[in-house]
Write a protein that binds this ligand. Sequence first.
Ligand SMILES: C[S@@+](CC[C@H](N)C(=O)[O-])C[C@H]1O[C@@H](n2cnc3c(N)ncnc32)[C@H](O)[C@@H]1O
Ligand SMILES: Nc1nc2[nH]cc(C(=O)O)c2c(=O)[nH]1
Ligand code: SF4
Ligand SMILES: [Mg+2]
Length: 207
Amino acid sequence: MTNQVPEDGSVLPLMEEFYTIQGEGYHSGKAAYFIRLGGCDVGCHWCDVKESWDAELHPLTPVSRIIENASMYPGKAVVITGGEPLMYNLEPLTSGLQSLGIKTFIETSGAYPLSGQWDWICLSPKKFKAPLPSIGPVAGELKVIVFNKSDFEWAEKYAEIVSPGCKLYLQPEWSKAPVVTPMIIEYVKANPKWEISLQTHKYLNIP
Ligand SMILES: C[S@@+](CC[C@H](N)C(=O)[O-])C[C@H]1O[C@@H](n2cnc3c(N)ncnc32)[C@H](O)[C@@H]1O
Ligand SMILES: Nc1nc2[nH]cc(C(=O)O)c2c(=O)[nH]1
Ligand code: SF4
Ligand SMILES: [Mg+2]
C-alpha cells in the first residue's frame, strides 16, 4: 500500500531537494538542483538510496513549492531522481520548471511509463525490473551500472534499443568500484563507443 499520490501530479512525495554538482554521466560537473522523489519497487540490492523506497515516508509536497524552491538557485537545471520518479505524473512539475527557463533532466530505470517534458533523459536499466521498450529511443544517455563482469554483455543488449546518438556509459557499482573500475577501463579501451561514468560526488564528498 503506497500513500495516495493523486494522478494529476499536483503533489509529489518529496524525499529531499538539494543544490549540488551533477556527479554522473553526460552532465557531470554541472550545477543542478536535485529533486528526489520517494517510492521505488525495482529492488536493486545495491541501491545507494534505499531510504527512498517507501513513498509513505516522504511528505506529499505541492509541485508549486518544489518549482519555487528550484527557481531560487543560479544553476538553471534540475535533476529529478528518486526513488523511481516515473512512478508519478511529472507533467505539472516539468512543464512548470521549463516555463521558468529551467532545464529538466531525469534519472530513471525506465520501468514505468514516461510522463513530463524533458531536456535530458538518463536511462539506467535494471535486471530486477526491465525498462519499458518505449523509453529506449528517447534516452539521451544509457548508464549501465556494472556490478560484475556479466554486466558488460547485458549492457550491450540495451545499447541496441537506444537511438544511434545516445551516449553510452558504464558506471561502477559503488561498493564494487575497486574491482570493477579496472574492468570498465579495459572494456572502454576495447569498445570505445562506451565511456566510463564515475560517481564523482562521492569522491568529492558532496551530496
Ligand atoms: C538512486 S537512482 C534513482 C533513479 C532511478 N530509480 C534509477 O535507478 O535510475 C540514481 C542513479 O544512481 C545509480 N545508482 C544507484 N545505486 C548505485 C550504486 N550503488 N552504485 C552506482 N550507481 C548507483 C542508478 O543506477 C541511477 O543511475
Ligand atoms: N551529485 C549527485 N549527482 C547525482 N547524479 C545522480 C544522482 C542520483 O542519486 O540520482 C546523484 C546524486 O545523488 N548526487
Ligand atoms: S531503480 Fe533506482 S531507486 Fe530503485 S532500487 Fe534501483 S537504483 Fe534504487
Ligand atoms: Mg545518488
